[in-house]
Design a protein. Structure first.
Length: 475
């Protein structure tokens, strides 16, 4: 059995327990992997599925080389694996992984890969080729392509309910000879979902559990499990963000859990176990994951984002000891966003209310048009405002701050002399209210402007009259 866990950092005891279970063959029919976002639950579920169906010890396969089952599981192209995954989630790639998957081996592999990246950049498919040229930096390949081809923050609806065929515009460009084979292959790797992945958008509907005529592109779990394994292994279904299942989908899945097909395993990955029906939880073995320690986060940062000192310093603060959040923050210009927050507080310290408009416009421009991504971006920006307010309070109390960098520390010292703790705590409370409202169906533009004006008012910035914003007490 090959080691599928060596690149997953943290939760070592949980990993060892899962490896022992996979070796013993005494497997349950359903598991819940529960823990904070970004702590490695999905990676662990994939490694668990790999160990369950590994055939390295059979047919004379050498222990040093992965078997065919392991290879197909690594690329999410195994016939006995089904992963229900959010189409809007980032898909992380390293340069050397892309080179290997494109089959660009040999001494010229780096040159051929670089030519492909520069080619799709010059032809308008990428805005910036540099992230894909770095040796080890992990990048979000899916959104690099979709943001440029379909508009920032958007996901084309057609591709969300299929295994992920490459965009028609890309395929037509290849057919016309406008793209080389390497360029077309690279775009496919960045854009397409692997064949084992069944993407969803927003919520996991009933059609993902049981067949429905009006959802012809979905591959239902019950249909997948009803077919006997062709490879003699176990059929594994992984539902990522299982809390997004609708009540109808959960009720239908409950029937599968009550009478599981033979040689089948379901793994529900969730960061909100309490959103699942108690009857579902009671029929699964619950595996709890935890946030990483500070030492493990340092190890993860060095492995995932080498050479990104300033970005990592800010991203690590936002990550809350979860590597997945670290990657997301580091790939979304965390430093640039923190600079915008710093400038917002600087404008308020100088009683310049135009800073509210500037910052609000920057937030909405960065959020894009796709609602789910806009909600996530707004939440991240508001969390940065709370972080900055907290750092100001720490500076006022003479405590060491978590934000590094001379330019940030200088601004924090200035802001510590400009704002009092009462106003900062009230501003943080207002942001918390805004975070709660951002999760429901409200106008995000109106919410952003109103929340930031209330923050400015709490901090005593500017004159709030009819020309700017009327105080609630004056209404």
């Amino acid at each position: 059995m090959t080691d599928a866990w060596r690149e997953i950092i943290g939760n070592t005891r949980v990993h060892e327990a899962l490896r022992r279970v996979a070796r013993s063959g005494s497997l349950g029919h359903a598991y819940i992997f529960s823990g904070p976002d970004g702590c490695g639950k999905l990676l662990a579920s994939l490694a668990f599925a790999r160990d369950i169906n590994c055939r390295c010890g059979e047919g004379g396969a050498g222990s040093g080389e992965p078997c065919e089952a392991c290879k197909s599981l690594d690329t999410l192209s195994h016939l006995e694996l089904l992963v229900i995954s959010d189409a809007n989630k980032p898909r992380w790639f390293k340069r050397h992984d892309l080179v290997r998957r494109l089959g660009l081996d040999g001494a010229d592999s780096r040159r051929l890969y670089a030519e492909a990246v520069v080619g799709i950049y010059e032809k308008g498919y990428l805005e910036d080729p540099m992230p894909l040229l770095e040796d080890d930096a992990v990048v979000d390949g899916f959104n690099i392509v979709t943001d440029h081809l379909f508009g920032r923050g958007s996901v084309p609806s057609k591709e969300c309910y299929t295994p992920g065929p490459v965009s028609d515009s890309i395929r037509k460009a290849f057919d016309r000879g406008d793209l080389s084979g390497a360029e077309f292959g690279l775009l496919r790797e960045l854009y397409e979902q692997p064949i084992s992945v069944m993407p969803y958008r927003g919520t996991i509907h009933l059609a993902y559990v049981t067949p429905r005529k009006d959802w012809k592109f979905a591959r239902p779990i019950q249909t997948f499990l009803s077919v006997k394994s062709m490879l003699g292994g176990r059929k594994v279904v992984i539902i990522d963000d299982a809390e997004k299942m609708t009540p109808q989908a959960q009720n239908c899945l409950l029937k599968t859990l009550e009478e599981p097909p033979p040689d089948s395993i379901l793994i529900l990955v969730t960061s909100d176990r309490h959103s699942l029906f108690p009857t579902i939880v009671s029929r699964c073995q619950v595996i709890n994951f935890e946030r990483l320690t500070s030492a493990e986060m340092d190890q993860a940062a060095a492995a995932l984002m080498p050479g990104k000192g300033a970005e990592l310093a800010v991203a690590a603060v936002l990550a809350e000891n979860c590597p997945g959040k670290l990657l997301e923050a580091a790939n979304q210009d965390a430093v640039g966003r923190l600079v915008a927050v710093r400038d917002f507080f600087t404008a308020l310290a100088q009683d310049r209310l135009e800073g509210v408009f500037i910052f609000s416009s920057a937030v909405l421009r960065d959020a894009g048009s796709h609602r789910k991504k806009a909600q996530r971006t707004l939440r991240q920006m508001l969390e940065l405002v709370i972080l900055w307010a907290t750092e100001i309070v720490r500076a006022r109390q003479g405590l060491p701050g978590r934000i590094q960098g001379a330019e940030f520390k200088s601004a924090l010292e200035t802001h510590a002399r400009s704002f009092d703790e009462t106003g900062l705590l009230e501003a943080s409370s207002i942001i918390e209210q805004g975070l709660g409202l951002a999760a429901i169906n409200v106008d995000l533009g109106l919410l952003t402007g109103t929340t930031l004006f209330r923050v400015a008012e709490a901090l005593g910035a500017g004159a709030f009259d009819e020309a700017t914003r009327t105080r609630p007490a004056d209404n």
